[in-house]
Design a protein around this ligand. Sequence first.
Ligand code: DAH
Length: 340
Amino acid sequence: MNEIIRNIKTDFSNQLANARTLEDLEQVRIQFLGRNGALSELTKQMRELSPEEKRVVGPLLMNVKEEIQQAFDNAHAQLLDAQARFEKEKQRNFDVTASRRPSLEGSLHVYTQIIQKLEDIFISMGYRVVDGPEVEADYYNFEALNIPSDHPARDMQDTFWLNIPGMLLRTQTSNVQIHTMEKDHAPLAIVSPGRVYRNEARDASHEFMFMQLECLYIDKNVSMANLLYTTQTFLEAVFEKETKIRVRPSYFPFVEPGVEIDASCPFCKSGCAKCKFSTWIELLGAGLVHPHVLRAGGIDPEVYSGFAFGMGIDRLAMIKHDIDDVRHFKSNKMAFLEQF
Ligand code: DAH
């Protein structure tokens, strides 16, 4: 028995000395101090001894149990301590000069940049910026803008209709005209940038969702002269250079007369790819607000008159930044976005 106990002790000492981690230690514990470990086995064997033998071996066994438990607890405490010191040392050796991977720099989307610039220009001229609904009633998008349900102009704006009768995704920001007149009455001066939707096949120059900016000015004695002066001033501010305008007759149901306004090409004098070698860039649909529209907005056309114009923001951005495909704007490609 003495010999067995001595063997267990040496065995235990060796294994404990080799234990490097908490997991190693746990294995040693199970092997010697566990329920089926070497010491339990020994206790079981003791039952077979005679009372005389028990009296001798009993205290020996008690001693070795205590010794082993003590040695184990010490080793366990030391290992925990060593680990704690190691962690501390690691932190102390933290290299504050080590370089990290460069992080990406964010920027505003090119839409946002242009819209902010346009808004600044109009605010400086005394206009207010208003918002309009993208989910809209037929009435505000068409009917009240002098486009009744049988009007051929509806064909020019292929519409996304909702399942709810009479509801659609707005095809133009002109819908804000009526909302603003109803709410604020005359006089008023507003611009409204925002998304519009058309049920069109996508290609380099067509999108089913794009951006427009609407401008509406109503007061007493507003004439074509106010429209021309305002658009020229505005276009000069956009292109940051002297700009001439060219006015061509056109037709939009909500204005009379209706015109299209072109800007002299800011990039060339005698024709370039951007102006398709015409020296003019087509930018705005405009006109004097139709009396039907004023009346629909609750404004008396005998007292007030006004002008309105609309512009495609995508087109402006494409010309300004030489963007060759309208689909880039919503592609979310880093290579595109990083340029602005
Ligand atoms: N809403 C027109 C469109 O989407 C653009 C437009 C033309 C707006 C003439 C106007 C305007 O306010 O007077 O094609």
